[in-house]
Ligand binder design. Structure first.
Ligand code: NCD
Length: 304
């Protein structure tokens, strides 16, 4: 892979994506083969926003490659509280680690920070911007379940603020995919993302309801309304609780429909869906470990 920083799914070509997914499949099949591959490597974790899956699966990934983490820990107990800038923080931590993982509430933070460091910097979510490594594990799971060409994918929920949606939509332009976007009018895909998809020649369809599209879908990717990104709580309340699915909703779906969600879910997917053959969101979360192992292996390069 020729990138040193992974800041946006826009930078990933089909070849890049396939290199990561193929390596992830090899690792998933024989994890012991890479158990010492990056012995001594240190991954710097800088999480300025809450995280369970992303942070823990990056930690698991580097440890399963023989390495370890150095973790800034909660913002409240870091020098950020003393007024340190992000640029200074990453410049310091690059001296402690072989690669950095950054999550930050400001869109563009990872791109900005990447300009200050020489070690690979991975964007683990920048506000309502991008979340490219989530996309890699989403694609891995889609490929496992439905393949990545000649598929019809519905992406539903908060398409405006959902960074996993922006990254996934960009990455899917590398494949023969029809993308259906299902959301309330106020949470439609941002104009700049829609523009990029059109530029890439993708087939994009926008809907305000799921009913008419559901029967044609191979994959339904459900997302959480990103409450923390709404400038106004009343705007959130207007859309909260819409766009939920339960087992009954899925009666009209294809038998082979795969339901995904980056998690955490709030109330978008009722618990009765978990017991159906459609539910693949926990497997999707678990795939975060081999996929992040593959990405780290490619970025850290060769045996140490
Ligand atoms: C997502 C995120 O942080 O953008 N979570 C994750 O990384 N799996 C999705 C979300 O918070 O809704």
């Amino acid at each position: 892979m020729r990138h040193d920083h992974i800041t946006s799914a826009r930078q990933l070509t089909r070849e890049d994506i396939e290199a990561v997914l193929d390596r992830a499949a090899e690792i998933a099949a024989a994890p012991d083969a890479v158990a010492d591959r990056h012995a001594g490597a240190l991954l710097g974790l800088l999480f300025f926003e809450p995280s369970t899956r992303t942070k823990m699966s990056f930690s698991a990934a580097i440890k399963r490659l023989g390495g370890d983490v150095v973790d800034m820990g909660p913002v409240e107990s870091s020098s950020v509280k003393k007024g340190e800038s992000l640029a200074d923080t990453v410049r310091v931590v690059e001296g402690y680690a072989d690669a950095l993982v950054l999550r930050h509430p400001s869109e563009g933070a990872a791109t900005m920070a990447s300009e200050y460091v020489d070690v690979p910097l991975i964007n683990a979510g920048d506000g309502a911007g991008q979340h490219p490594t989530q996309t890699l594990l989403d694609l891995f799971t889609i490929r496992e379940n439905a393949g990545l060409d000649d598929v019809s994918i519905g992406i539903m929920g908060d398409l405006k603020y959902g960074r996993t949606v922006h990254s996934l939509a960009h990455a899917l332009t590398n494949f023969e995919v029809t993308q259906h976007f299902i959301s309330p009018e106020s949470l439609k895909l941002p104009r700049k993302v829609r523009y990029d998809l059109h530029q890439a020649g993708s087939t994009v369809k926008e809907h305000t309801g799921l009913e008419s599209t559901l029967p044609s879908l191979d994959v339904l990717y459900v997302t959480r309304i990103q409450r923390e990104r709404f400038p106004d709580e009343t705007e959130y309340r207007k859309v909260a609780g819409q766009y939920q699915i339960d087992a009954a909703t899925l009666a009209d779906a294809r038998e082979a429909l795969t339901v995904l969600h980056p998690l955490p879910r709030v109330d978008e997917i009722a618990y009765d869906v978990d017991a159906t053959a459609h539910a693949s969101y926990f497997r999707q979360a678990h795939n975060g470990v081999p996929v992040r192992m593959a990405l780290l292996d490619l970025l850290l390069g060769g045996e140490r």
